[in-house]
Design a protein. Structure first.
Length: 345
């Protein structure tokens, strides 16, 4: 009780704005920090950074960028990156280029995925990254949109689970948190959620027997983070227009309570086209928090990041969102960040 109480005391010493910012992971323009971007980061008190190819020229430049970001924010940001292999790699040097998940799943044993995770972790730690937003543990369904495609280990849920958990163990054994995505499963999606809001009309039996299998395995393997999907699952949530991002039934009741996941729950990028059909990005952020997310990703536009910050601040000030729950999430984030920062070089 004493340790928990001390952690709560730390979070209560932060302003509401600092607490909110701690839960935001943002993307930024360019390879160096401008005065305008620095002022923006201080305004929203951003807690994390997600780099893309636009932010990287060389190892030295990227390390300098992180150093400047941390100095500007007065703390070490939590750095997350999509480093899946195949077509999803953000760094042009300093990392090993592995094949896509489908190729690995078709040509290698799970032990190779574990070794891949170990190598990735060592290289990402050297770049200052704390979280690899991988692996995709979506189970691929024939005829689905190619947004997942080669990013999946295949169509056999047990095989996807075996390769996914092997990769997770390799990453986390070498000090980088892994992320199982996209909960509760994006492998049957008929449209790309980057552009439109898709619907997956599968029932509970099909989801539990196929698409949820790798997520259960990832949780059993100790995965540190899980990312949700911007997809409607009308047979999992009675509101047919509610994507998993906004679904308390899917995020809190299923993932957090039934599956017992105790790590960080991340949203996918709130800027994606799937959510734009449903209202403002500020409202999307509030609904994602209501569903049970710990961390929100806003990956490109600083104006949209500011809208998210302001909408959350208003929701906490009016009592729509619980400040006590926010403090609990920030405590979870601080413990997570402390563990993985200690493992950095």
């Amino acid at each position: 009780f004493g340790r928990r109480n001390r952690r709560a005391t730390i979070s209560r010493q932060m302003t509401l704005e600092e607490l909110i910012g701690s839960t935001l992971v943002v993307g930024l323009p360019g390879t160096s920090l401008t005065d305008g971007t620095a002022a923006h980061l201080r305004t929203i008190h951003a807690g994390g950074f997600i780099p893309f190819a636009r932010n990287f020229e060389s190892l030295e430049q990227f390390r300098a960028l992180l150093s400047t970001l941390n100095g500007t924010c007065g703390r070490d940001l939590l750095v997350m990156v999509d480093h899946e292999g195949g077509r999803v790699v953000r760094f042009s040097s300093g990392v090993t280029y592995f094949p896509d998940a489908r190729t690995v799943g078709e040509t290698q044993p799970p032990e190779a995925a574990c070794r891949q995770g170990e190598i990735e972790a060592e290289e990402l730690r050297a770049l200052g990254v704390h979280v690899n937003l991988a692996p995709c543990v979506d189970v691929l369904v024939d005829g689905s949109d190619p947004v997942i495609g080669s990013r999946s280990y295949g169509s056999d849920p047990q095989r996807v689970a075996a390769f996914g958990t092997a990769r997770i163990r390799g990453l986390q054994r070498r000090g980088v948190a892994a992320c199982a995505k996209h909960f509760p499963g994006l492998g049957a999606v008929p449209k790309d959620p980057h552009r439109q809001l898709p619907t997956v009309p599968l029932d509970w039996d099909t989801m539990r027997g196929i698409h949820l299998v790798p997520f259960r395995a990832a949780i059993d393997a100790g995965v540190e983070t899980i990312m949700s999907s911007h997809v409607c699952y009308p047979k999992l949530d009675p509101d047919a227009t509610t994507p998993a991002t906004f679904s308390k039934r899917v995020i809190h009741d299923l993932l957090r309570t039934e599956f017992g996941f105790r790590g960080l729950i991340l949203s996918d990028d709130l800027e994606m086209g799937a959510l734009r059909e449903l209202g403002s990005i500020g409202e999307a952020a509030v609904r994602a928090v209501e569903a049970g997310h710990d961390v929100l990703l806003i990956c490109s536009e600083m104006a949209l990041q500011r809208q998210v910050f302001e909408a959350l601040r208003e929701a906490y000030r009016t009592g729509r969102l619980s400040v006590a729950a926010l403090e609990h999430r920030v405590d979870r984030l601080r413990r997570f960040h402390t563990r993985f920062s200690r493992r950095s070089p």
